[in-house]
Design a protein around this ligand. Structure first.
Ligand code: AMP
Length: 430
């Protein structure tokens, strides 16, 4: 189901196309038509399902259909999120979706200056994304008026309750004089959540999508234990010997992606790149070549490959294990779609074994190991010296990788060597 079939304006569809969205995700298919009709929504959905677009696109379209001049401190749509990161991410998504329409959006959350936020609020806003605590601070200073609110969203409402925001949520609702269309999104439903939903929603349409920790039954998962520096050879060998024709390869770093594409080409395997440094047009070209079979391999980073839908993709390779076990599910979700057979291959070096265990716990399945002769991981000493040689970086969720990891590994190797040497010296002395 396409976005234009949902009668979104051309400007919105254009922005969504630039985001790489072609079809609606299941939660969007369910929520968007109901929200466009003006119903309250009670949705059971987790992050990663496309819920942000599910609640924000109907609001954006309605605001475009009924434009009003901003009046001081007034807000038309309020989206409440439990954390700063989520609030910032939602606002960023909405900025992307509203690139070609005159809809104003801002995020307010703790840890940033009140003054700057006050200026934004003073101008009046179409859409405000906020964490409850910071919003209340502004409400107390009369920096924001919810009197004419038309749309209200509670995102990750279960986390808001877990974080003890219930009193804040009630305070905020107490300030709303209008009867906004209200949408509540939550991954879990406790009795407290159901009570809250009963209080704030009017005849809500209930929506649910299956949890994201499930991979299709038609996917065969396989792990190849291998040292990091032998992965490239292993990939070329498997592609050649097993005659894999269409392979989506996930790596964690853009640099790895660049190198890998070059080396695969040297091995005579046509490969294309899909990562965040590539312009949208270049990514699209790469994707087309891959889909049409002009390139046998596409090497992608997680973020760039988000939302890519490649019909009937037979093989997905985790060249690097993802940072988060949940991302394994997202990556693998690209194969074995619609009942077709899929093949999920992971190259796991010793320092990625922990992630493998987390993945197995998440998908509740032990993955078959295949030890290819000639690719047995080297001994642990050799491995330790090569561990964590990446410089400090921020992963795509903004968390700092531990920059001391390298020195820890080195320290352990040095210690190991020192013990060995001491043993040798003692022997010689005897
Ligand atoms: P969310 O659950 O809202 O955090 O969305 C998860 C990811 O899916 C985000 O990276 C979105 O940009 C992406 N996304 C949302 N809707 C679509 C869509 N219809 N097609 C492709 N990607 C999407």
């Amino acid at each position: 189901m396409s976005f234009s079939s949902q009668s979104f304006s051309q400007e919105i569809v254009r922005a969504l196309t630039e985001c790489g969205y072609e079809k609606l995700t299941p939660i969007q298919q369910q929520a968007i038509p109901q929200a466009r009709r003006g119903h309250d929504i009670l949705a059971n959905a987790q992050t990663g399902t496309g819920k942000t677009a599910a609640f924000s696109l109907p609001i954006i379209q309605k605001i475009c259909d009924n434009p009003k001049p901003n009046s001081r401190f007034n807000v038309r749509a309020l989206i409440l999120a439990p954390t700063r990161e989520l609030a910032a991410q939602i606002a960023k998504n909405i900025e992307d979706y509203t690139k070609y329409v005159p809809v104003s959006v801002a995020a307010i959350y703790g840890g940033t200056k009140m003054g700057t936020q006050e200026k934004k609020l003073e101008q009046g806003l179409d859409i405000l994304v906020a964490t409850p605590g910071r919003l209340i601070e502004h409400m107390e200073l009369n920096n924001v008026s919810l009197a004419n609110l038309e749309f209200l969203v509670f995102d990750e409402a279960d986390r808001m309750l877990d974080m003890g925001f219930i009193a804040d949520m009630r305070t905020i609702m107490g300030d709303i004089r209008s009867q906004p269309q209200t949408m509540l999104f939550s991954a879990t439903f406790s009795s407290q959540m159901n009570k809250l939903a009963n209080e704030i929603l009017r005849k809500p349409k209930r929506i649910s999508v299956s949890p994201e920790n499930a991979t299709a039954d038609t996917v065969a998962h396989v792990v190849y234990p291998v040292d990091q520096e032998r992965k490239r050879e292993l990939l070329s060998e498997l592609i050649g010997k097993k005659n894999w024709q269409q392979v989506l390869v996930f790596v964690n770093y853009k640099e790895t992606a660049n190198e890998l594409v070059k080396e695969l080409k040297l091995d005579g395997i046509k490969a294309v790149l899909c990562h965040g440094d590539k312009a949208q047009s270049a990514r699209r070209r790469a994707l087309d070549e891959f889909k049409e079979g002009k390139a046998r391999v596409m090497v992608a980073t997680e973020v760039a490959a988000r939302g890519l839908d490649i019909q009937g993709l037979p093989h997905v390779v985790n060249y690097d294990m993802p940072f988060l076990a949940e991302d394994y599910v997202h990556r693998i979700g690209r194969t074995g779609r619609a009942g077709q057979k899929g093949h999920a291959v992971s190259f796991v070096s010793r320092d990625e074994e922990l992630t493998l265990v987390q993945v197995e716990n998440l998908i509740q399945q032990r993955i078959r190991r295949i030890q290819l002769a000639g690719y047995e991981p080297a001994n642990r000493d050799a491995l330790l010296t090569k561990m964590h040689t990446k410089p400090a970086f921020k992963d795509r969720r903004g968390r700092q990788n531990n920059p001391t990891a390298q020195s820890d590994a080195e320290r352990r190797v040095r210690l190991h060597r020192a013990i060995k040497n001491r043993a040798k010296i003692t022997k010689l002395k005897k």
